[in-house]
Design a protein around this ligand. Structure first.
Ligand SMILES: *Cc1c(COP(=O)(O)O)cnc(C)c1O
Length: 391
């Protein structure tokens, strides 16, 4: 029996994002051996393209086998040893997950919390670092997909240098959609995932380690707790030695290579501008429909927009009708936002004018049917001028 053809659902949720046909076609190519010379050159090109997207010269830049969480785990198991002091900013699900992973590594974790929908406060972070001497690493989420908040990184980096700590950044929902700029911002360890703004199917976690991080890694007292994610093996496979560690997911890497090529063809700046334009238009249109964004302008992500569900409107009713009647997926709220907010992803390929307008039409249809009066004409008259300015 053949797999039934999956419905062509437009993915405007918190990930995965829409995958371009060119990427899917690349993944359908002949599987090479993982030490084949032709595959080795694809590995090299993929690392080079990842350096372009991360905006870094870091030698140690490659995709970890596994989803975004594998990137988180790989970063923490390599950098953290039992008893190390680690500070993590928590303002949503993914900061919370970092705390969990770091404590499983045996770290002494101190959390700096912020309210959902707000960034972590750099002053709070500074006070925590001052109160706990000898912090080895600080973890922070650049783009909190559970809330739609963008974390300002510059003030955090400043604190790191002041306190001689490493900065670990979760860039799963930012890489390829908004500037991560690893070298310019001087970030130590950054990981991401395939299926958000890079628009490849889930399965790989691009990661990069800077010099300071690698020095700390060399100074480890004990073995890395995880065999699979041990950087000393992984760097020997991705480096000149091509030492066998585990079989690389060959066709996944074809897909990532192709997705990265498409980012390079478009250009990073153009891609960032596209994400800003479409999220700006979506928010303008939603406001005209009487739907308000959760996060204030300054901290709102261009790749993931959270909106308050209008009064008397049922969360699951709307989302299941979007899926059933319009073939559109959006995300529900998590934690304190469950049943209160929706999460709309305009990530990578998904960030298109056509998709913004399609979603606005579908939402206005459903909301009107459920008794929330709104006009799609008014919404489109808000988005139109934004697009015209950019023509
Ligand atoms: C999606 C996501 C992850 C986890 O990625 P998976 O691919 O689901 O393992 C981690 N951090 C953030 C910010 C994410 O959005």
């Amino acid at each position: 029996m053949q797999l039934e053809k999956p419905a062509e659902v437009l993915l405007l949720g918190p990930g995965p994002s829409p995958v371009h046909k060119r990427v899917l076609e690349a993944m359908g190519q002949h599987t090479l051996g993982h030490l084949d010379p032709d595959f080795l050159s694809i590995m090299n090109s993929t690392m080079e393209l990842l350096r372009y997207v991360f905006e870094t010269k870091n030698q140690i830049t490659f995709p970890v086998s596994g989803t975004g969480s594998a990137g988180m785990e790989a970063a923490l198991v390599n950098m953290v040893e039992p008893g190390d002091k680690v500070v993590i900013g928590v303002n949503g699900v993914f900061g919370r997950r970092m705390v969990d992973v770091a404590s499983r590594c045996g770290a002494e974790v101190v959390e700096v919390e912020a309210e959902w929908g707000h960034p972590v406060d750099a002053d709070e972070l500074g006070k925590t670092l001052a109160a706990h001497t000898g912090v080895k690493l600080v973890g922070i989420v650049h783009a909190e997909t559970s809330t739609g908040v963008q974390q300002p990184l510059e003030p955090v980096v400043e604190l790191m240098r002041e306190h001689d700590a490493l900065l670990l950044v979760d860039a799963v929902t930012s890489l390829g959609g908004l500037p991560v700029a690893v070298d310019r911002r001087d970030l130590d360890i950054v990981y991401s995932g395939n299926q958000k703004c890079l628009s490849a199917p889930p399965g790989l976690a691009p990661i990069t380690f800077g010099e300071r991080a690698m020095q700390k890694f060399q100074q480890r007292k004990g073995k890395v707790q995880s065999w699979y994610f041990d950087l000393s093996f992984l760097t020997r496979y991705w480096g000149a030695e091509r030492f066998y560690h585990h079989t690389a997911p060959i066709n996944m890497i074809y897909g990532l290579f192709q997705a990265l090529e498409m980012i390079k063809e478009e250009g990073l700046e153009e891609r960032f501008a596209r994400h800003c334009l479409n999220s700006g238009a979506l928010v303008a249109g939603l406001k005209a429909l009487g739907v308000e964004p959760v996060v204030e302008d300054q901290y709102r992500l261009p790749s993931l927009i959270t909106i308050w569900i209008p009064d008397k409107i049922d969360d699951t009713e709307v989302r299941s009708r979007l899926r059933r009647e319009h073939l559109i997926e959006i995300g529900g709220g998590l934690g304190p936002f469950k049943g209160k907010a929706w999460r709309i992803g305009l990530m990578g390929n998904g960030s298109q004018r056509e998709n913004v307008e399609k979603l606005l039409r579908a939402l206005s249809d459903i909301l009107n049917q459920l008794g929330h009066r709104c006009s799609i004409k008014e919404a489109l008259s808000e988005t139109m001028p934004l697009y015209q300015q950019h023509e």
